[in-house]
Design a protein around this ligand. Structure first.
Ligand SMILES: Cc1cc2nc3c(=O)[nH]c(=O)nc-3n(C[C@H](O)[C@H](O)[C@H](O)COP(=O)(O)O)c2cc1C
Length: 335
C-alpha cells in the first residue's frame, strides 16, 4: 500500500507509521501504561463523553487559537509534554522534537530525565521552552538546571510531583532511559515548591495534580501554574481520567493560577473540550512521539498542524471566534 502524503495524514495515520518505524522496545515503552491500563483507557474516554453543540449561523471562518502563557504569545494552546525517553525512538529524536515544535511555534516542556540538558534543548530549539525537574535527581542538579534554564531564556520551570511511585509498564518498572539504573519513587513535598521558588525568578509549574487538596497545597506553597495529569496512565492504575479531575482542581484554585491539562488529548477537538471546561492549555505526550517516530521533525510539525486544523474546525462548527470565547455552552455531556 502506498503511503499518503504527510500533509494528508491524521494522527491515526502517524500512529500507524510510527508503530512500524519505531524500534519495538520504544513502541512498547511509549504505548505502555500501568498494570491493567484502566487509567490509560479512561483518559481518552473522558473526552468522548462530551459532544459539541453545533452552531453555524455566524461568519467565523478562521478562529484565533493563540493564547498567552508565562508571558509568551503562543500560536496554539498545546505544548509538548515532558518526556524523558524520546531518545529510545532514535538518537536524533530529542533534537527533532525541539525543531518540529519550534517550527510550529509550540512550547516544549522538557524533562530532566531526557538526555539533553537545558542547554541541549536550547541549542536545538528557537521556540518557547519550560524545564521540568524531577526532585529525585537531587537538589544540586535540579538547582543547576533550573538556573541554567532561566539564563537560557526558558519561559518557566517546574517540578513533576506524581512519581511518588515510579512509572510502570504493565507489571514492570522499566529502567531509567537516562542512566539505565532502576527507577525509584520520590516523596512529594510542598517544601520543594517553596525551595524551587527561591532558585529562580521564573514561574514555577507543578505537574501531576489530580485533586483539590493537592491543588490547594501546591498553590499555597507558591505554584504559579498546575498541570492536571495522571502521567498518561503510567503510574496509578484505576486513577480518574485527568479530564474528570479538572473541574475539582479549577474549583480549588478559583482562578489564582492557570491550570493546564494532559493525559489522553488525541485531537484538536479534545483541546477545545479541555479549554471549554476551563483549562488554559494542554500538553500532548504520545502523539508527539508518533510524529517524531514516523517522520522526525516534519512529523512533529505535522502533529501541530493537525491539532491546529481540528481545533479551528471544532470552533467554526460551534461558533467561537477565539480561545477567549470558548466556554461550557459549546459542550453537551453525553451521559
Ligand atoms: C514515554 C513517556 C515518558 C514520559 N516521561 C516523563 C517525564 O520524564 N517527566 C514527566 O513529567 N512526564 C513524563 N511523561 C508523562 C507526560 O509528560 C504526560 O503526562 C503524558 O504523556 C500525557 O499523556 P498522553 O501521552 O496521553 O498525551 C512521560 C510519558 C511517556 C509516554
Amino acid at each position: 500500500m502506498t503511503e499518503k502524503p504527510l500533509e494528508q495524514m491524521g494522527l491515526r495515520d502517524l500512529r500507524a507509521v510510527a508503530r512500524q518505524r519505531m524500534p519495538a522496545e520504544a513502541w512498547h515503552h511509549f504505548n505502555g501504561a500501568a498494570e491493567t491500563r484502566a487509567t490509560f483507557h479512561r483518559n481518552p474516554r473522558a473526552f468522548h463523553k462530551y459532544l459539541f453543540r453545533q452552531r453555524v449561523y455566524h461568519d467565523i471562518t478562521d478562529p484565533d487559537i493563540s493564547i498567552e502563557l508565562f508571558g509568551q504569545k503562543l500560536p496554539i494552546p498545546a505544548a509538548t509534554a515532558p518526556v524523558g525517553s524520546f531518545s529510545l525512538i532514535s538518537e536524533a529524536a530529542e533534537r527533532e522534537v525541539a525543531e518540529g515544535a519550534a517550527r510550529a511555534g509550540a512550547m516544549v516542556f522538557v524533562s530532566q530525565a531526557a538526555k539533553f540538558d537545558p542547554r541541549g534543548w536550547r541549542e536545538a530549539s528557537k521556540g518557547p521552552l519550560v524545564f521540568m525537574a524531577y526532585m529525585n535527581r537531587g537538589k544540586e542538579e535540579v538547582s543547576e538546571y533550573a538556573k541554567m534554564s532561566e539564563d537560557l531564556g526558558f519561559a518557566a520551570v517546574g517540578i513533576t510531583m506524581d512519581t511518588v511511585r515510579p512509572v510502570k509498564i504493565g507489571d514492570e518498572v522499566p529502567l531509567s532511559t537516562k542512566d539505565g539504573k532502576p527507577r525509584k519513587g520520590h516523596s512529594a513535598s510542598p517544601k520543594d515548591i517553596e525551595w524551587m521558588k527561591k532558585q529562580v525568578s521564573l514561574p514555577v509549574v507543578i505537574k501531576g495534580i489530580m485533586g483539590a487538596d493537592d491543588a490547594r497545597t501546591a498553590v499555597n506553597a507558591g505554584a504559579d501554574a498546575l498541570v492536571v495529569s495522571n502521567h498518561g496512565g503510567r503510574i496509578l492504575d484505576f486513577n480518574r481520567a485527568a479530564l474528570e479531575a479538572l473541574p475539582e482542581v479549577l474549583d480549588a484554585v478559583s482562578g489564582k493560577v492557570p491550570v493546564i491539562l494532559d493525559s489522553g488529548v488525541r485531537s484538536g477537538g479534545d483541546i477545545v473540550k479541555a479549554l471549554a471546561l476551563g483549562a488554559k492549555a494542554v500538553l500532548v505526550g504520545r502523539p508527539v512521539a508518533w510524529g517524531v517516530g514516523a517522520f522526525g521533525a516534519r512529523g512533529v510539525e505535522r502533529v501541530y498542524a493537525i491539532l491546529n486544523e481540528e481545533m479551528k474546525r471544532a470552533m467554526c462548527m460551534t461558533g467561537v471566534a477565539s480561545v477567549g470565547e470558548i466556554n461550557k455552552t459549546i459542550l453537551i455531556l453525553d451521559d
